[in-house]
Design a protein around this ligand. Structure first.
Ligand SMILES: Nc1ncnc2c1ncn2[C@@H]1O[C@H](COP(=O)(O)OP(=O)(O)OP(=O)(O)O)[C@@H](O)[C@H]1O
Ligand SMILES: [Mg+2]
Length: 284
């Protein structure tokens, strides 16, 4: 068929609901309902079902920590997660997921059972040849009845060939859509890119293709101005998270402060503006 009437798409339109991440992000995506003639915002309870979300940030900003928290949360709820690890070998992933399950009081035996891992970090063919990786992923998704996919990182799949970024990201995006997966693509920034934007290695390729972007950032408090603005001692680190955009639903657009706890979990604290308000003039 060459064209559709909008009504023909009704049966195929995905339901709008959230897939929990185990963080406050779950309340930051929302849908709008009309109740008694008034618009009301209802938290989605997670990232939108069947969305592919780009998780970007500078090194050490918490991208992998967040992706792993999403994985254990889903696995703990009984859903299968395919974790494609491109940077860090799979045995490190085991330890990270175990520690997070403990901290979040998630039954680790469920995580062991429900997380399926493809280790591309140790396999050049999988990293360099998108077709080979896609075939392996398709097999795992089918065999293991996977519903969520994490690729950490998608930028690792076009290292040294960033002119290919758009084409490679598009292939994986279409693949996830075809297999009805909810997905997280972790993407790394180049040091030349402004740290709080959606831009990642390969330019804006990832941000333009995916359904939404979450930006993580890390700020070092290294001057008097920051000390008095944020009320933090010099040398400390301030972590922020922001939903940069989402095509599928409404979302909070503020910048939020978050912490990485000692157990390696994400705790989103409050909007940056509230955080700054707590600092009274003259107080440090
Ligand atoms: N298990 C843990 N316990 C305590 N802190 C942790 C733990 N895991 C990670 N962290 C902290 O979180 C920081 C961010 O780690 P993460 O690996 O998520 O960064 P990233 O954004 O994925 O970086 P990269 O781009 O280099 O992959 C680490 O530097 C560390 O300070
Ligand atoms: Mg990482």
């Amino acid at each position: 068929m060459e064209y559709f009437e909008l009504g023909d798409l009704k049966a195929k339109a995905p339901k709008l609901f959230g897939i929990p991440t185990g963080t406050k992000l779950d309340e930051m995506f929302y849908k709008v309902d009309i109740e008694n003639g008034k618009f009301t915002k209802k938290p989605l309870g997670g990232i939108p079902y069947l969305s592919v979300i780009n998780l970007t940030g500078v090194p050490d900003s918490g991208k992998s920590v967040l992706a792993e928290q999403f994985a254990v949360t889903q696995a703990g709820n009984g859903y299968r997660v395919l974790f494609v690890t491109v940077e860090s070998p799979a045995n490190f992933l085991y330890t990270a997921l175990k520690q997070k399950s403990l901290a979040l009081e998630i039954d680790f035996s469920k995580v062991e059972e429900n997380v399926v891992v493809i280790d591309a970090s140790q396999n050049e063919e999988l990293r360099e040849n998108p077709r080979a990786l896609i075939d392996t992923m398709a097999y795992a998704i089918k065999e293991k009845k996977v519903t969520n996919v994490i690729i950490d990182s998608i930028t690792g799949l076009y290292e040294h060939r960033e002119m290919m970024a758009r084409q490679i990201v598009r292939q994986f995006f279409n693949f996830l859509k075809k297999w009805k997966q909810t997905g997280l693509f972790v993407s790394q920034k180049r040091s030349s890119q402004s740290s709080d934007t959606a831009e990642a290695a390969g330019g804006l390729a990832v941000a333009h293709i995916v359904d939404g972007t979450i930006v993580l950032d890390k700020k070092l408090i290294d001057n008097r101005w920051d000390v008095s603005l944020y009320g933090l001692p010099v040398g400390s680190v301030l972590r922020t998270i922001r939903i940069d955009g989402c095509r599928l639903c409404g979302h909070d657009s503020r910048t939020w402060i978050f912490e990485i706890t000692e157990a390696g979990t994400i705790k989103i604290v409050c909007p940056l503006s509230d955080y700054i308000k707590r600092v009274k003039p003259g107080e440090q």
